[in-house]
Design a protein around this ligand. Sequence first.
Ligand SMILES: *Cc1c(COP(=O)(O)O)cnc(C)c1O
Length: 410
Amino acid sequence: MTITTPPRASSPSSGFGTRAVHAGSEHDPSTGAVIPAISLSTTFAQSAVGQPVGEYEYSRSSNPNRKNFEDMVAALENAKHALAFSSGSATTAVILQSLASGSHVISVSDVYGGTHRYFTQVAKAHGVKVTFTPEIEVDIREHITPATKLVWIETPSNPTLRLVDIRAVATAAHEHGIMVVVDNTFLSPYIQNPLDHGADIVVHSVTKYINGHSDVVMGVAAFNSEELFKRLSFLQNAIGAIPSAFDSWLAHRGAKTLHLRAREATTNATAVGHALEASPHVIAVNYPGLDSHPHRAIAKKQHRNGMGGGMLSFRIRGGHAAAERFCQLTRIFTLAESLGGVESLCEVPSSMTHAGIPREQREAVGVFDDLVRLSCGVEDAEDLKNDVLQALERAVAETVTNGTNGLNGH
Ligand SMILES: *Cc1c(COP(=O)(O)O)cnc(C)c1O
């Protein structure tokens, strides 16, 4: 017996929250279940040779839970297609592998560490060369060669939260038929939709905001072009770096509250940012939601309601020692890598996430030894603010007593 249920109300014109809850979430036609079952089957029956009963044949090629998740991300990124991968890093690898040998890529300098590692240590094995620039809006045209096929942007950048004007870069790139990829992990589709600003592909580490609960490693790419869909879905299947049905289901469940989490994280980061800015123990705050941010005008143009997102970083007085102590003295912020979950995290990039980058290169993009990165979760703003202020007081007092105070740390 087939139960007929009313069609879901989500459409491309629905608001973000409606799409987050309903896109890719049809009621089960045989049971009426509101939440799709987890489909663990690796293979799907065929009624005749080459005639599968439904739209699935083998779970690497496609799977109901992965398809539901991909449909939802496409709806949230205003894209025709989305493809999910086993991690954000696998997503990057597949996009780079789609380029012919001999291709050239232009990338912003302060990309995610793992992306930098792939670009500098893996891409060249199949003949792809990457040029890095710290001022891509200014000098992109100088770096373009006949071999340039792709431009890679991360905005905001990690961990200094610098912004890139996607439209300006896309305009220059498109004059030469070059594709633009934006890593949108730090803001999530709720705050920024890069395809609307001219990007050709948007990628996410789903591990962060989209899943949002620090319990899934996964990645996704979304785009409009049919040709890209053909090429990237071929590679998704051929390379096989795909997420499990269970992870796809979990990430889909997590994303249904993305808008609520992203709004709350922004509220919290804004409160923490203002408190840090007012503190005598802080040298500088990097947060695109503050009027003091050098690219605030881009945030107003490119982010939903000019929101700053949940990530910020700041330089503490007392050098590296104070930065380390701060991260041990917080009671709500947990000292850990990663970001974008419901729980607040803190870390010291110079000795954790960005330790692999040589000091001069690091400092050239603002990653000093005294920089602390915060990922604000969805706890209460007042508690987060008080936690940061008490940890600041104690960290700076301790390092002053120990005689290690100073802007240069060690
Ligand atoms: C974490 C992260 C990645 C890599 O994603 P994984 O899921 O860890 O492989 C890529 N880009 C950014 C901005 C990230 O924060």
